[in-house]
Design a protein around this ligand. Structure first.
Ligand code: AMP
Length: 491
């Protein structure tokens, strides 16, 4: 079996990999690192959890270890769809470049432009950014992208979902034609295919098994809920969630609870807290400092239950999540894969429950079709207390599978009025500063668009080592992010 030591990585990078406890590269690493080190373009079709971050971070550090950055001209650029993902990539750079002198900056929304400007002014080797914030900096004339030698697009399919593709195309036009591109996506939608055909040059294409089929370590289960009365559906669902948690007992060391809507994220977190559970919400409407604080609390085990929206939790690498509870059946089937992929990571086992009401039959059908299997139905811990009903699996049912069972159907038609707004409810909106340019440009006073930035500018960031070049992350700067901005280079 090939070892990291056989991959021609810089010895200092290898040492950091050893420190992290890894000896054998994962398939995406094995496929992507050699061509990336040769300077070739790479198209990696892989999800989070496969080790894809290290597959671009390790060769990048090796290549960037030579040479140095010039003011306002980053030498490499990593684009991520969300702030959390960007922070996570920054953490990877910090870990794997601990023996190499590299300067890094994280440009994400919700933090002060001024401090970010200062870092860029000094010159950075690695710039990690969300597309919207990067373009904001560029348009303010503070950043030159003509020195970028390596450009990474991470989670391109998520970029597509979030409407960032025009931004990405624009950024591709701002970096040098001769750059190297490392491009990662979990799926290859036609639009993604088009982008890669346009902007990648003869890439090494590496495809690793999809998580849904690969991860046999995740035990999935579906619990049906037939509310006793329409107006009790929400509270009965929360009671069912609590009963599921209780039934899991100590095996449930921690859990992420996914809701489709931000309002429900808040309601479920509040309700759990009222019932004595240690729960916190995370979604795009929360202040960045709060999001970072909650995430850090969940990572270090001080928060047991994280109630999350899809956008906020997408791609997060939190090791040791024992349980996932899908409070709602996701309205976009692929979100199911991303949700359950938060557990069962790195070979560990995990359990993923999903609560399903009869009115969710269509969405359930889409999920089961996507994962090409029926999610095992399990008894509700509230059996008897609330009337439940398990419709036939929509996957196996052929034509019938398109329709819920008779009772479910009548329940759907009865409650159609209630269902309508639910089905039409928009997916979580992105943080304002991460919106695509066109929208932002349509607004006057666009400079003000990073509203959270201006509010956080007013606050003095703390925990940053006395202003040692830490990009502002609000008041609560977790250690791992602070480390990413440790200024090692004393020019
Ligand atoms: P990613 O797909 O980048 O989100 O990584 C998922 C997880 O796999 C992270 O916790 C990494 O630390 C871990 N990981 C990365 N490379 C390896 C490796 N070669 N062997 C085992 N775990 C790894």
């Amino acid at each position: 079996m090939t070892k990291f030591s056989e991959l021609n990585l810089n010895p200092k990078v290898l040492k950091a990999v050893e420190d992290a406890g890894y000896e054998t590269p994962t398939p995406i690493q094995l496929g992507a690192i050699p061509p990336a080190l040769e300077g070739r373009d790479v198209l990696g079709i892989a999800q989070t959890g496969t080790g894809k971050t290290a597959s671009f971070v390790l060769p990048m550090i090796t290549q960037l270890a030579r040479g140095r950055a010039r003011a306002r001209m980053p030498r490499s650029l990593v684009l991520c769809p969300t702030r959390e993902l960007a922070a996570q990539v920054a953490e990877n750079f910090e870990n794997y470049a601990k023996y190499v002198k590299l300067t890094k900056a994280l440009l994400i929304g919700g933090v002060s432009f001024k401090e970010q400007d200062q870092l860029i002014d000094r010159g950075v080797d690695v710039l990690i950014a969300t597309p919207g914030r990067l373009l904001d900096h560029f348009e303010r004339g503070k950043l030159l992208l003509t020195g970028v030698q390596i450009m990474v697009v991470d989670e391109a399919d998520r970029m597509l979902d979030m409407g960032f593709i025009p931004d990405i195309e624009r950024i591709f036009g701002l970096v040098p034609f001769t750059r190297q591109t490392l491009f990662f996506s979990a799926t290859m939608a036609p639009e993604i295919e088009r982008i890669t055909n346009t902007f990648l040059s003869n890439p090494a294409r590496i495809e690793v098994a999809r998580q849904a089929t690969a991860s046999e370590t995740i035990e999935q289960a579906l619990v049906m809920l037939q509310p006793s009365r329409r107006d009790r559906a929400a509270s009965e669902k929360r009671a069912l969630l609590r009963a599921l948690i209780e039934r899991e007992g100590e095996a449930c060391t921690n859990a992420i609870i996914f809701c489709n809507r931000k309002t429900d994220v808040d309601i479920v977190a509040k309700s759990l807290k009222q019932h004595g559970y240690d729960a916190q919400p995370i979604h795009g409407d929360l202040d960045q400092s709060k999001r970072t604080e909650v995430l850090q609390g969940f990572r270090d085990g001080t928060i047991r239950f994280l109630c999350a929206s899809d956008v906020a939790a997408r791609g997060l690498d939190i090791p040791n999540v024992s349980h996932i509870f899908n409070f709602d059946v996701p309205s976009h089937a692929e979100d199911y894969i991303h949700r359950i992929g938060r557990t069962g990571r790195a070979g560990k086992s995990g359990k993923a429950f999903m609560i399903c009401e009869p009115r969710d039959a269509k969405n359930l059908e889409a999920v089961e079709r996507l994962i090409e299997r029926e999610i095992p139905r399990v008894d509700s811990p509230l059996a008897g207390a609330i009337r439940e009903e398990a419709p036939k699996s929509p996957v196996r049912g052929g034509n019938d599978g398109d329709k819920p069972s008779g009772r479910a159907r009548s329940s759907r038609s009865r409650s159609r009025k209630d269902d309508a707004p639910r089905e039409e409810a928009p997916r979580e909106e992105r943080p304002r500063e991460d919106r695509p340019r066109e929208e932002a440009a349509a607004k006057p006073g666009r400079e003000e668009s990073p509203s959270r930035a201006s509010s956080s500018r007013a606050r003095k960031p703390s925990g940053n080592g006395g202003g040692k070049g830490v990009v502002g992350m609000g008041d609560h700067l977790p250690g791992f992010i602070a480390q990413s901005f440790d200024e090692r280079r004393e020019d």
